[in-house]
Design a protein around this ligand. Sequence first.
Ligand code: NAD
Length: 348
Amino acid sequence: MSVFSRPDFDNHEEVVFHHDRASGLKAIIAVHNRNLGPALGGCRMWPYESDDEAIDDVLRLSKGMTYKAAMAGLDFGGGKSVIIGDPHRDKNDALVLAMGRFIDSLNGRYHSGEDVGMTVGDMDVMRRVTPYAHGVSDGSGNPSPATAWGVFLGIKAAVKHRLDREDLDGVSVAVQGLGSVGQSLCEYLCQAGAKLTVADIDPARVRDVQQAPGAIAVGASEIHRVAADVFAPCALGAGLNDETIPELQTMIVAGSANNQLAESRHGLVLKERGILYAPDYVINAGGVIDIAAEGPDYSTAQVMKRVEGIYDTLMQVFARASVEDSMPEIVADRMAEARFMGAARQAA
Ligand code: NAD
């Protein structure tokens, strides 16, 4: 199947394929939209079972970045890159350098950061050959703390809108996934006096977080069924689906995971159950805000301040969704489109 006729093709500006014979690199860069600025989005390394799967992923993810950057108020467009391969088996400096040169060949139309399968160390290696590799160790580094801060503030916004409460003291939160984001989020929640129930498929991660005062651990298959004010998915995508949504006992879903709704129709199912959903790409934009700020004037304090905008953005999304009796993710999509399509009209 060609690229242009795929269901995930959405008028992407560029889709570039690259093979480097010496290192074995096989990679794709997709630039979705640059109306607001250069395309920004992480580099993912994954053992895709087919080229088709890799193409669909890079098309879908790059489009998502256009919406995320627009809603975060960044002057960046959306892009993404994928490396076809197993990061545990196939990754080495030669391959990462080849990826860096590939990114460089787009002359700044695409800026990269880390994503699944890539690390801050890999971005350091890439930076040797391109200035368009971000999230390096002497720059913004690991974006997870900024992401967690944004999710924490997003939970506060959802609690304000749904429960009319200013603080999280005594608010119960069930956190699914205690990785880089989940652990930091638990720290913020704990400091704010929230009551935590946590789960991870990795027992070591659970032990780390259980040291938080009063945190209760449950099995990974139980966490979405916990009766709590907030369910915070911070593991993998597609966790909100036909099996899990009927079992939720919560009033709010707000977490960091990308692509939380298994299908777009699940947003309506949540609404019909009276559950407020914080659109994933709005609440988890802290990381991209962090990476976008990298440069000589980078300041963690300024980034964290900027991430606080997620609270107001979500309050606007929730308010409009209430007035229009719509779903927050539909409202967010329209707000994002108004910003990046508006930029195109201004430029015309
Ligand atoms: P991570 O890999 O560090 O952590 C994920 C955790 O989820 C791991 O501890 C894993 O064991 C656990 N997990 C996996 N399946 C699970 C299950 N079924 N039940 C419970 N736990 C499970 O990833 P992360 O960087 O913390 O990111 C978490 C999510 O947030 C991902 O979906 C990621 O795409 C998204 N996200 C992360 C960032 C960031 O800055 N790191 C930014 C935006 C979005």
